[in-house]
Structure formats: C-alpha cells, structure tokens
Design a protein around this ligand. Sequence first.
Ligand code: ATP
Ligand code: MG
Length: 264
Amino acid sequence: MARIEPPVPLEGQVRIEQMAKWYGPVGEGVEALGGLNLDVPAGEFLAVVGASGCGKSTLLRILAGFEDHTDGQVEVGGAPVTGPSPRRGVVFQDYGLFPWLTVSENVRYGPRQRRVPRRRAKEIAARYIETVGLSRFADRFPGELSGGMQQRVAIARVLANEPALLLMDEPFGALDALTRTSMQHELKRIHAETSATVVFVTHSIEEAVYLADRVVVMTGGPSHGVPGRIEKIVDVDLGDHRDVNAPDFNAIERAISDLVHVGA
Ligand SMILES: Nc1ncnc2c1ncn2[C@@H]1O[C@H](COP(=O)(O)OP(=O)(O)OP(=O)(O)O)[C@@H](O)[C@H]1O
Ligand SMILES: [Mg+2]
C-alpha cells in the first residue's frame, strides 16, 4: 500500500536555494556566499568544513535567523526564516551563559521565557542537565565549572528548548582533546535520542567524519576573490560505530581534506 506523505515538511528540515549573502550593498560590499543550494532532511547530522573565511559561520547565522540573506530562499520546516526562534537552538564556541545564574537557572531560562510553568521548567532543566552529566552541579555558578562543563551547560540550555534544528559553530573548538572526545560521544547520543536535525561547523575533518551523516565541504570566500560556496557534499557511509583509525575512515578524511584544499 502506498504511504501517504505528510503535507507539511518535518520541522527540522532545511532547504536553501540559490542563496547569496552580501555584507554591505550588493555589488559594492562583500559577497560572503553565492549560489548556495542545500537540502538537509529532518533528523540528519550534517557537518560543515572549509578553510577560514569561506562562510561557515555566515551560513549558520542565516539559518539561526541572526542575519538576513540577500538573495534566494532559506527555509526551515517549510517556512522562510525571518528571525531567531527557540525551535532553532544555537551553540557557539563561547558558552554565553549568564554568570549570575546557577546551572539549573541558566537551563531553565529558555523554557521560562516561553512561559513554561516554573515547576515544569525545573523538571525540563533537571532532565537535560542529567543528559549532559552535570546533575551534581545544578546549583553551581558557571564560574565554578571547567570550560568543558560550561559548554555542556550551554548545550543543555539549548536542548531544554527541545529545538527541531540544532546549529553548532565549532562548539568544541576550545576544549582539550579528552573533553572534546567525551563531548562528541555525548552529542552522538543526544542526536540519537532526539529527532533534531544538527548542522555542525568544525575545523576538524576527523570530528566531522566521526559525527556526521554527510559532510559539506565549502570553498572560496571573499579573501579568495569569490563568494563562499559548496564544493561538494560527501556521504559518510560508516555506520554508527566509527573508528578514527580504520582505513575506510581515513580514506574519507583524506578525500575531504583534498577537497578543502582545492579552493584554499
Ligand atoms: N559582519 C561582517 N561584515 C563584513 N564582512 C563579514 C562580516 N562577517 C563575516 N564577513 C566576511 O564574510 C566571510 C565569511 O565569514 P565567516 O565568518 O562566515 O567565515 P568562516 O567560514 O566562519 O571562517 P572561520 O573558519 O574563520 O570561522 C569572510 O570573508 C568575512 O570577512
Ligand atoms: Mg566561523
């Protein structure tokens, strides 16, 4: 029997068509991105890599609704992006926590803003603080935690809004290698547990291949005299349990690395 497709696209689905982004006036300013096409199905884990200045953060900020695009279409869940939304959670490299609020209060902040009743917000916060393994630190202040712990709070805070789309810009870039590895495991688990779509920008090709279903390789950028663009999208057909030392893993890493350097 034929399946009837739902008429409304799933909430975390991303569609970008012929998108351009100018900083400053068109034709005079800087064309950061041009002719960008990208479809991300709901629930996918998509990594984005590319040399500095190719427009990765610009792309993420546009999806977050923090920045307008100049031309083309940008849709999330079938609707044009017109501004920020709690349904699209954003995690940057600097944690952006409120230092005067405890861990629990930081995580509760979003739900409370959305007028979730106090007791329910507390339950939601407790759940996500547990998810990131920080239950024992719920009543501490961010300044009392390590960088890796603060980043986990930042992730819990975004998850507490139960976003359909999780946008992460080098979220683990400032972490030491051990913390970074454990955060990668954590994020994989969280992604498997929620149905959120993830768009994850990283400078680490290894991290991209470890985490993602597909890796977008971007090239160009204003410092190369051309707008940033998508060079290629690489499928990572490695299943759920990935070994960073396995030959097939390394082959994909090398292929991506070659592509990154094409446009650099
Ligand atoms: N507010 C701005 N005004 C003018 N130009 C900008 C602005 N923000 C970014 N750019 C330019 O747009 C291009 C893309 O910047 P973006 O920050 O998106 O790059 P990126 O790929 O995230 O780089 P990195 O890997 O260094 O973080 C760069 O050439 C940058 O100089
Ligand atoms: Mg950036």
